[in-house]
Design a protein around this ligand. Structure first.
Ligand SMILES: Nc1ncnc2c1ncn2[C@@H]1O[C@H](COP(=O)(O)OP(=O)(O)OP(=O)(O)O)[C@@H](O)[C@H]1O
Ligand SMILES: C[C@@](O)(CCO)CC(=O)[O-]
Ligand SMILES: [Mg+2]
Length: 338
């Protein structure tokens, strides 16, 4: 039995635009998915997902092979819930040249699903790492990140960038532009997260932006403007001393870019009333900046505030179900039990 865990992430800048080749800067945070992989004698995949909630109810089931004969939940829901785990297992089988390898998989996670904190990427990264190690074929991090990206790309029908999975694999802050993925040195930024208790479907939200971008040149220009904003932000990070707490002036400039990024994402149709309410509550409380994080449509915002004011304000904001400080996860995917 092998146990691996991988972190979720927040986007400082660049979600959605990164799907179209613009740069993005996500940062891993200490909310993790833990996957246990135990090889089986047969070719079945049995999955127990303890922390799985879909559309307001919890799905708990044990899955057989991909047609899952022994679950009592309608197949489309099961496929929606377990698509990422299935894709991770397929990548592990391919990497180990073991097409009929069976596994008992357990997934536990403290990353809210569909909330913009990269739960899918963390599950896929930890799942591939645990399954390949269980087969005696551990992957180096670059191949692991690449295979995890291919898994998300498949599940999301081609609507995925490398950003989430590279960030969850490597930890820390990273810069992704197309196939160019690199860790970057960044100061430990004071992230505060607000969670509305809801969720958005990444594949659907990305598809919506793709359609808008194809239909209107101004939407394509908006995506390019996010890229310009990200390049400005990474320039600020490059000039900062990663060993020291960020200067107030840096936080103010980063926060201004975050505010602008949120506005552009809202123009692309991926914000929501609850996200806007939390963003404005954070700003009114004195946050340097605030924006939705991830695919949007519901879920989480991320703000910069070294004080407790934003976390307190969010906790009293109607529509905010949870507010918490998100510590930078400097370590990416790691082995809990070899
Ligand atoms: N604990 C878990 N157990 C099993 N599957 C999970 C778990 N957490 C997430 N998933 C899978 O990931 C899906 C959510 O992924 P999705 O990309 O839509 O949102 P996200 O990754 O949380 O947010 P974002 O992609 O915007 O950062 C769930 O529907 C489920 O298929
Ligand atoms: C919306 C998106 O940019 C981030 C989702 O967390 C999709 C992706 O990059 O795969
Ligand atoms: Mg995701």
């Amino acid at each position: 039995m092998t146990v691996c865990e991988a972190p979720g992430k927040v986007y400082l800048f660049g979600e959605h635009a990164v799907v179209y080749g613009e740069p993005a800067v996500p940062a891993a945070v200490e909310r993790r998915a833990t996957v246990t992989a135990e090889p089986r004698e047969d070719d079945h995949v049995r999955v127990e997902a303890e922390d799985l909630s879909l559309d307001g109810f919890t799905v708990e089931y044990a899955g057989g092979t991909s047609d899952r004969p022994d679950v009592d939940v309608p197949t489309p829901l099961v496929e929606a819930a377990m698509g990422y785990v299935d894709a991770a297992v397929e990548q592990a089988r391919d990497a180990a040249d073991a097409p009929d390898a069976g596994f008992d998989i357990t997934v536990e996670s403290d990353i809210p699903l569909g909330a913009g904190l990269g739960s899918s990427a963390a599950v896929v990264v930890a799942g591939i790492d645990a399954a390949t190690r269980a087969l005696g074929e551990p992957l180096d991090r670059r191949e692991l990140a690449d295979r995890a990206y291919r898994a998300e790309y498949e599940v999301q029908d081609g609507q995925a960038s490398r950003a989430d999975t590279f960030c969850s694999t490597m930890g820390g802050a990273v810069r992704v532009e197309g196939d160019d993925c690199e860790p970057i040195d960044a100061p430990n930024l004071p992230f505060v997260v607000g969670f509305d208790g809801g969720a958005g479907d990444t594949g659907e939200l990305v598809a919506g932006v793709r359609e808008l971008r194809a239909e209107h040149e101004f939407a394509a220009d908006t995506v390019e403007s996010i890229g310009d904003l990200v390049r400005a932000g990474e320039g600020l990070l490059a000039d900062a001393n990663p060993e020291r707490d960020p200067e107030p002036a840096l936080l103010a400039e980063l926060g201004e870019l975050m505010d602008f990024n949120h506005g552009l994402l809202a123009a692309l149709g991926v914000s929501a009333r609850s996200l806007d309410a939390m963003v404005w509550a954070a700003r009114d409380a004195g946050a340097h900046g605030a924006k939705l994080t991830g695919a949007g449509g519901g879920g989480c915002i991320v703000a910069l505030d070294e004080s407790d004011a934003t976390e307190t304000a969010l906790s009293f904001t109607q529509g905010c179900e949870e507010a918490f400080r998100a510590e930078l996860a400097t370590e990416g995917v790691r082995v809990v039990e070899p």
